[in-house]
Design a protein around this ligand. Structure first.
Ligand code: TK8
Length: 337
């Protein structure tokens, strides 16, 4: 009763004096969290998990509202909204951040990680953190990396078994110079395009193919418009959870801690969930009618060779010291020096 009276009194104050600070105290802080894939995807499941964790850990004081399927715009647009403070949080590809922090190009280097274990160790280690920290001066707070995963090729034109089969294939790539250069070097006609426009581009045959992890090929229903799948595992590409720095700086240390802890929990959930789905996805894609080819190792080696000059360009751009640091971390996880 007393509490109710106080609330009523405060509400009256709010009405008469427009006490803005009071309104902030009782209303949960609304966090708009955007992402690009469908709600029914590994990205969507982990976004919901994050929202639930934040609600639990903050006792409902912080409220995350998730917006999937690029309803708040494609990755680059959301990044700008975060920088300007018009949106609070997002998860998207590190690949689309390269224009903001050039060092992120290092995660786009083809064939750099051999497996998920290496990627986890390096991304969650000191170098991964160093890159997250670089976002601060650009108006973003980098929180954690999620798994997008090893990428594979799909297309509607013909079976791609050999490296040379990529010749002339009109392939959608992410809006990122390393991806464009890698596939140009492989002989494909690489077309950068926002993910949100990809399904239609494949359906109308504006492009022949694309490359993404199995999980995305399933959740985005690319199997409906793509006949051929080629297993190449050509690059491990991460997702990254970011927050608007102007907004973040207004939060209390307690609120920031809740968000950081929930982000870490969501990362662990997301990786486990993604790997469980990926393990079943290939069979599902076959059942959905896709013609699956595993590119033989000697052909993958050719792709790797063609990509070597691109790797060199990335090293020139990010600097030899950062490259060496990443390689040292990888070697550490491989148990060799
Ligand atoms: C989703 C994208 C997607 C990425 C792509 O917004 O664009 O191909 O793999 O996951 O970030």
């Amino acid at each position: 009763m007393k509490k109710w009276l106080l609330t009523a009194a405060a509400a009256a104050l709010t009405l008469s004096f427009g006490a803005h600070a009071y309104a902030q105290n009782i209303q949960p802080r609304l966090i708009r969290f955007g992402y690009g894939l469908n709600e029914d995807s590994n990205q969507g499941r982990a976004a919901r998990f994050f929202a639930e964790e934040v609600a639990k850990r903050s006792g409902g004081k912080l409220k995350v509202r998730t917006f999937g399927a690029a309803t708040l715009g494609p990755d680059p647009q959301m990044q700008n909204a975060l920088i300007g403070g018009a949106q609070e949080m997002m998860v998207g590809s590190t690949a689309t951040l390269v224009g903001t922090v050039k060092e992120f190009a290092i995660w786009d280097v083809p064939f750099m990680f051999a497996n998920e274990k290496e990627a986890d160790a390096v991304l969650d280690g000191p170098v991964g953190q160093k890159l997250l920290d670089k976002l601060q001066e650009k108006g973003l707070v980098g929180l954690v990396y999620w798994e997008n995963g090893f990428r594979n090729l799909t297309n509607s034109r013909h079976k791609i078994e050999k490296a040379e089969d990529l010749q002339g294939v009109k392939l959608r790539v992410m809006q990122n110079p390393v991806f464009i250069d890698t596939f140009k070097a492989a002989g494909a006609n690489a077309v950068p395009l926002a993910f949100a426009e990809l399904f239609t581009a494949l359906e109308t045959k504006a492009v022949d193919g694309q490359e993404n992890p199995y999980t995305t090929i399933v959740s985005s229903k690319f199997y409906e418009v793509q006949k051929y799948l080629t297993v190449t595992n050509h690059v491990y590409s991460p997702w990254i959870m970011t927050a608007s720095k102007v907004w973040w700086d207004k939060l209390s240390p307690d609120e920031q801690k809740i968000l950081i802890d929930a982000a870490v929990a969501s990362r662990d959930f997301e990786r486990a969930d993604t790997r469980a789905e990926a393990a079943k996805a290939l069979d599902q894609l076959k059942a959905d009618g896709m013609d699956v080819t595993v590119m033989p190792p000697e052909e993958v080696a050719k792709l790797r060779e063609k990509a070597a000059p691109v790797t060199k360009t990335v090293i020139d751009s990010v600097g030899q010291p950062l490259w060496d640091e990443v390689q040292a971390e990888i070697r550490k996880t491989r148990g060799t020096n």
